[in-house]
Design a binder for this molecule. Structure first.
Ligand SMILES: Nc1ncnc2c1ncn2[C@@H]1O[C@H](COP(=O)(O)OP(=O)(O)O)[C@@H](O)[C@H]1O
Ligand SMILES: [Mg+2]
Length: 436
């Protein structure tokens, strides 16, 4: 056997099932595919990608296959790079025709063609309609549009074709849960549920580190591997006794402002002080600016325009036009106004809602995120910020109820931006490209 540059460690019994279910003699050999779901970092992608190529090379000659990720970029990082290191161990030679997003894999005299697709990439959606496949592998399938997966699975028309899926759990109403996992028997799919302990390469310290990275519904999904519903209070780990303190419990190293913008709806500025990098980041929100154009509190509705809000910002920043200001990405007119008023360090916030919420939840849970008692609107909203379960039931997608969410949006923009900026080594989870 040729030497592989991948550092193989012993496979766990679950991984061995992924590697062997399709072989002659297995009770599942005639099944039409396999689903592996469960915890992050549990060894799903490594075992499945290896098994998929082995199965393809041992079962077919000169056929086309699909390897799909959320995007081509995520696929290349999370699947193709490690796979290329593993292939020499199978005595396979892989030629990567990058411009065509095609891997040509040769074993002895046999050759098969593996086309790469990104479920969220528009071009992939069109391209997949034209091919005939003997098999398709979907890494992180729950992050792809259902329409793409339906297209791709429908292209598997060669006799003996099989479907291979893996993912981390989302909510229980997600299309992949209801349409595929719950219907696995009628669809004749092998189902394997992974826990972190099914990856024998994770040390107790690493397991502990991952466990500490998630809280609430995200811990149930990504650590326990449950298709847990996101309902009730989002920041259930927030406690005034623990997250509300008179002064920053650390020496501030940087400061910035985060903005959720509204004209009729409330407009919120939060001033943060922060310190540390990586897993040691601390945040303290020491001041808030809150204005509602509806005048619920004063009884007098006063709507402000961009120029008035820019003046409020100048006062809030203590006259500092070089302050880093992270702004609601949809507030383009306000961003333009701030720049016009001479603010030099304005950045649009990243609006990945669940990833941002997961980041805030962890910081709250770890008590690394605190608030001054005078941030009364923020503290109030943290208690009443809830998931929109009706929306999830209808669409399978999680999102917060859009009520009293303005301070929480500004908080999410600030924390998520700072965590992404100051955390260099992040495990990639769910191909979201960030820490979460
Ligand atoms: N048998 C193994 N030998 C070597 N490394 C492994 C093995 N199983 C898992 N790993 C490593 O553990 C990490 C997580 O595995 P991965 O398959 O990406 O998990 P998942 O897809 O479940 O998130 C990866 O770095 C992977 O290379
Ligand atoms: Mg994976």
């Amino acid at each position: 056997m040729m030497k592989s540059s991948f550092d193989f460690q012993p496979f766990s019994p679950k991984q061995l099932k992924i590697l062997s279910w399709w072989r002659g003699g297995s009770p599942y050999a005639s099944y039409d595919g396999v689903i592996a779901d469960g915890a992050i970092r549990s060894g799903k992608t490594v075992s499945m990608s290896l098994s998929f190529v082995r199965w393809a090379m041992e079962s077919f000659r000169g056929m086309n296959f699909a390897i799909c990720g959320k995007t081509i970029g995520a696929l290349r990082r999370n699947v193709i790079a490690p796979l290329k290191q593993m292939l020499p161990g199978l005595c396979c030679v892989c030629t990567d025709r990058r411009a065509e997003n095609l891997l040509v894999i040769q074993c002895g005299g046999n050759v098969n063609y593996f086309y790469l697709f990104g479920g969220k990439d528009e071009s992939s959606q069109d391209l997949i309609q034209g091919v005939t496949l003997a098999g398709a592998f979907f890494d992180e399938v729950a992050l792809m549009p259902e329409s793409f997966v339906n297209q791709a699975t429908a292209r598997c028309s060669v006799e003996g074709a099989k479907w291979w899926f893996n993912c981390n759990p989302e909510g229980p109403f997600h299309w992949f849960k209801t349409g595929w996992i719950d219907r696995r028997e009628e669809r004749r799919l092998v189902y394997l549920h992974f826990a972190m302990t099914d990856n024998l390469t994770l040390s107790p310290a690493t397991l502990q580190k991952y466990r500490a990275m998630y809280a609430g519904v995200f811990a149930r999904r990504f650590i326990l591997g449950e298709w847990a519903v996101a309902d009730g209070v989002i920041y259930s780990m927030f406690a005034e006794d623990g997250n509300v303190v008179d002064a920053a419990p650390f020496v501030p190293e940087r400061e910035f402002i985060a903005v959720d913008y509204g004209t009729f709806n409330p407009c919120v500025f939060l001033h943060f002080v922060a310190a540390g990098v990586g897993d040691g980041i601390r945040h303290h929100v020491d001041r808030e600016f809150y204005h509602s154009g509806r005048g619920e509190e004063s009884g007098i509705a006063i709507q402000k325009d961009d120029a008035q809000y820019a003046a409020d910002m100048l006062a809030f920043s203590g006259g500092r036009r070089d302050m880093l200001i992270i702004v609601d990405p949809s507030a383009s007119s306000f961003i333009t106004r701030l720049r016009h008023e001479g603010f030099t360090n304005i950045v649009p916030a990243k609006n990945a809602v669940t990833a941002g919420i997961a980041a805030v939840a962890v910081e709250l849970e770890q008590r690394r995120l605190t608030f001054a008692p005078r941030c009364v609107h923020t503290v109030k909203e943290l208690h009443s910020y809830v998931w929109d379960v009706k929306h999830a039931q209808k669409t399978g997608e999680d999102r917060p109820l859009k009520e009293n969410d303005h301070c929480c949006d500004a908080l999410r923009y600030g924390v998520y931006f700072d965590v992404l900026t100051n955390t260099s080594v992040r495990p990639s989870v769910s191909g979201r490209g960030g820490r979460f």
